[in-house]
Design a protein around this ligand. Sequence first.
Ligand code: GRF
Length: 202
Amino acid sequence: MRAMQAIVILISGGGSNMQAIVRAAHQEDWPARYGARIAAVISNRADAAGLAWAAAHNVATRVIAHTDFPDRAAFEAALAQDIARHGGGGHPPWVVLAGFMRILTPAFVQAHSGRLFNIHPSLLPAFTGLHTHARALAAGCRFAGATVHRVTEVLDQGEILEQSVVPVLPGDSEASLAARVLATEHQIYPRALRRLLQARER
Ligand code: GRF
């Protein structure tokens, strides 16, 4: 039998995407159906609201605060070590970034190549980086959306795996547009992972 594919989710805040993934994994019984389980949620901030939610839903949680380390390399080494301990049978975990607000170095990205994923709140390749909704409004976009993509060394430019599209409505604020996009993120992130797991079965 294949080793169970561990999935480790990294968050920094509310973790609503993490919640959507944990819920989907539970409701669709990913362990039985796809041989995959949500092994842990790791936050770089102790005050991330998503931590309490994950713990209440029986997911192992861990805080690895970047502020506890002298530099980015030391922080990432601790992060990588904690991620690796969730793997089994020579099967390293998938690493799912869900509102994780630290930029990862090329060394970390290379070490997790092929199993590192992110969701970005824009229709990539438009609006990489921060303040995506404000920039979409300022540009007069008629549509906005979100993208699940593989993480490579170039910020927000890895292979696109899933996208969602929403209309920009008259009178939209950054907050109203963000909320409309976020609701679709909760659909496409579980879907992207489900498709990757299904592809792995073949
Ligand atoms: C989402 O909009 C995601 O696209 C971006 O950060 C936000 C995280 O939200 N990377 P949440 O913590 O999943 O609620």
